[in-house]
Ligand binder design. Structure first.
Ligand SMILES: Nc1ncnc2c1ncn2[C@@H]1O[C@H](COP(=O)(O)OP(=O)(O)OP(=O)(O)O)[C@@H](O)[C@H]1O
Length: 629
């Protein structure tokens, strides 16, 4: 069982060098609607912070004034000023928080909605390449980091910058020599911060990608719990999880080490300069060159600036994480969605479903490999049912996926009633064509909603009819009938039950074209016979392409196309192909010996004889007929 999501590499390989600011500026369209509140909040925070800087000035006034004059009334008045300033500062910070809380929740919600909408519009080729955990972590952890960045570091980098600037101006204005001492560590700190930023950006990216990998493993372990238990793989799965968790822990510790290093520098340098300023200031006070009040102002301002300076480290760290989250978010949003452009219709003769010189190569296939589909020419006449038969890996699923444009052909074209499918709006195409895949996916919704997903305007009668066609009568025995909720992926239903619901979903809208990818594979023979009988009625009204592995499914079709190595090698009735195509006979018999015999030209006559006998015997088992030979 794959434990490391293959897509991670594709999704995260070597993120390009970038500037954190440029990445974060991409958030502007989302921030724009709430800019007034955000700027007001920043302004309020700046005022609150500057109010804090007035406190040392009041202290200076108190020390040089009422304290020096031994005036208790003045001291009480000073204390009252300090209390008021403290209350105003606290009130303003509270107001800031109130101002940003709601708008930022809206920013997060609208970014998440855009991500979800975009994911729905991205082509299948994108989803084939990306691990689901990587997408999930972008929609959860990364968006949470962005909300936190907008709420805190964005404002406080600005607020702290202004506070430090105002504080330094006050200090220089009071006593410029001591002010210069406190300014001394600025240059080394700027150098350290820029080094830190670069290294932290790399490690933050690694950590966030690893969270995505871990999410994928958790998701796979939950969805694949039956396989894991069935094969007793919980130990290896737990090991895979533990390995990834250990790697993530290592990366997080790396982040912590970097943070600790910058924290040490950012705390140590200002402390040293405050100590030096204290010694110098005390000497100056002793010499009578400086008043005691000015020294108190100096020290209390320097202490008030400690937090704005010290917080720079983690504010930068949070900003880097937010820049990484922004990058990861836009990696998905920048992916090209399915084109909604409609090509000019060239019109084509002939109704029904037609493949003309269709070629398809998977985007991630190696360039030296043959295309998955090559030169497909196939015409399914109106009202006709064509079975598509081929060995495993011959391209059947790929071919069926081209009709609803889950993939775009890399060559040739497909027409529905003469109209090029690329010339149709997707909504119309999906109205015309309904699909049911081999792996029936049900959503966490009621049975009825799952089926009605197949057609926008279907009624309760359509639902009843579709359930009857798909022989899904078991629905009426569920606790709440069609209103019964089915779990994620319909896990509470059996494989056959899920397949029948997927079939009902395909037929509920009475589509003009029906594409079924082996939709009966999980049914027992009795149910299969019942579904086939009902399907026959549906197929009579539509033009259908049905992938079939079993003779009983093939018999639903008017004609059969044989797909071999990505090419159509034979088209005809079941009987014709049994007679003319050795590969087809082998596929229908499922017998190795028949295969060898089929390719043995010397035995061709006997083989034909066996075919006919098998067909006459109801195609149940060609081998028996051959043994009787
Ligand atoms: N997403 C993909 N990227 C690259 N190659 C792919 C992808 N999906 C399928 N293929 C390749 O394309 C070829 C055709 O695959 P496809 O699933 O269409 O076969 P199939 O005939 O439906 O097989 P089966 O009967 O087993 O379902 C195979 O060689 C397969 O490995």
């Amino acid at each position: 069982m794959p434990t490391t999501p293959a897509a991670t590499e594709a999704a995260t390989a070597d993120p390009p060098e970038r500037s954190a600011v440029r990445s974060l500026l991409r958030l502007w369209p989302y921030v724009r609607p709430v800019r007034t509140r955000l700027f007001s909040a920043a302004f309020v925070a700046i005022v609150a912070s500057c109010v804090g800087l007035v406190i040392p000035l009041v202290l200076k006034w108190m020390v040089d004034g009422p304290v020096a004059d031994r005036d208790p009334g003045g001291v009480w008045l000073g204390a009252l000023y300090l209390l008021l300033l403290g209350l105003v500062e606290a009130g303003l910070f509270g107001l800031r928080r109130w101002l940003v809380a709601r708008p930022l929740a809206n920013v997060e919600a609208s970014m998440r909605a855009d991500l979800f909408r975009h994911l729905q519009r991205l082509p299948i080729a994108f989803h084939d390449k990306w691990a689901s955990g990587q997408l999930l972590s972008r929609g959860t952890t990364d968006l949470m980091l962005l909300r936190m960045f907008l709420a805190f570091p964005l404002t406080f980098l600005l607020v702290n910058g202004v506070t430090i600037l105002v504080g330094m101006i006050i200090l220089l204005a009071q006593e410029w020599t001591l002010g210069l001492v406190l300014l001394a560590p600025v240059v080394p700190m700027v150098i350290v911060c820029s080094l830190f930023e670069r290294r932290y950006a790399a490690v933050a990216r690694r950590a966030q990608d690893q969270v995505g990998d871990l999410t994928t493993v958790v998701e796979e372990s939950v969805l694949g719990v039956r396989i894991i238990k069935g094969f007793g793989r919980h130990r290896s799965q737990a090991r895979a999880f533990a390995d990834l968790a250990r790697t993530l822990r290592g990366t997080e510790l790396g982040k912590a080490r970097l943070l600790a290093a910058i924290w040490a520098v950012i705390v140590l340098l200002p402390e040293l300069t405050i100590g030096a300023a204290l010694v110098l200031g005390t000497v100056q006070v002793a010499d009578g060159g400086l008043s005691a009040g000015t020294l108190v102002l100096f020290l209390s301002t320097a202490l008030a600036l400690r937090w704005p300076v010290e917080s720079i480290g983690f504010l930068l760290a949070m900003s880097q994480e937010a820049a990484t989250a922004t990058e990861r978010y836009f990696e998905v949003l920048d992916a090209e969605p399915e084109s909604s452009e409609v090509a000019a219709s060239t019109g084509a003769p002939g109704a029904g479903l037609r493949f003309e010189g269709v070629e398809f190569r998977y985007p991630d296939a190696a360039p030296d490999t043959a295309p998955a589909l090559d030169g497909i020419d196939l015409h399914i006449r109106p009202g006709e049912t064509m079975a598509l038969v081929g060995a495993t890996g011959s391209g059947k699923t790929t071919l069926t996926a081209l009709v609803p444009r889950l993939h775009e052909p890399t060559g040739g074209r497909i027409t529905l009633d003469g109209e090029d499918i690329t010339a149709m709006p997707r909504e119309r195409l999906r109205e015309l064509v309904a699909v049911a895949f081999e792996e029936p996916t049900l959503f966490s919704a009621s049975v009825g909603d799952n089926v009605l997903m197949g057609a926008e305007h279907a009624t309760a009668d359509d639902l009843r009819r579709a359930l009857a066609v798909a022989q899904a009568d078991f629905v009426h025995r569920l606790p709440h009938g069609v209103d019964t909720q089915v779990g994620e992926q319909g896990l509470s239903l059996s494989g056959g039950q899920r397949q029948r619901l997927a079939l009902a979903r395909a037929v509920v809208g009475r589509p003009r074209f029906l594409v079924l990818d082996d939709p009966l594979s999980a049914l027992d023979v009795h149910t299969e016979a019942l579904v086939e009988a009902a399907l026959r009625e549906v197929l009579a009204e539509t033009t259908a392409l049905v992938v079939a592995h079993r003779p009983s499914t093939v018999l639903l079709a008017d004609r059969v196309a044989l797909l071999s190595g990505g090419r159509i090698t034979a088209v005809g009735t079941h009987q014709e192909l049994l007679r003319d195509s050795a590969e087809y006979a082998w596929l229908m018999s499922g017998d190795e010996e028949a295969h060898d015999t089929a390719y043995d030209e010397a035995d061709e006559a006997a083989y034909d004889e066996a075919d006919e006998a098998a067909y006459a015997a109801g195609l149940d088992d060609l081998t028996y007929a051959k043994e009787d030979r």
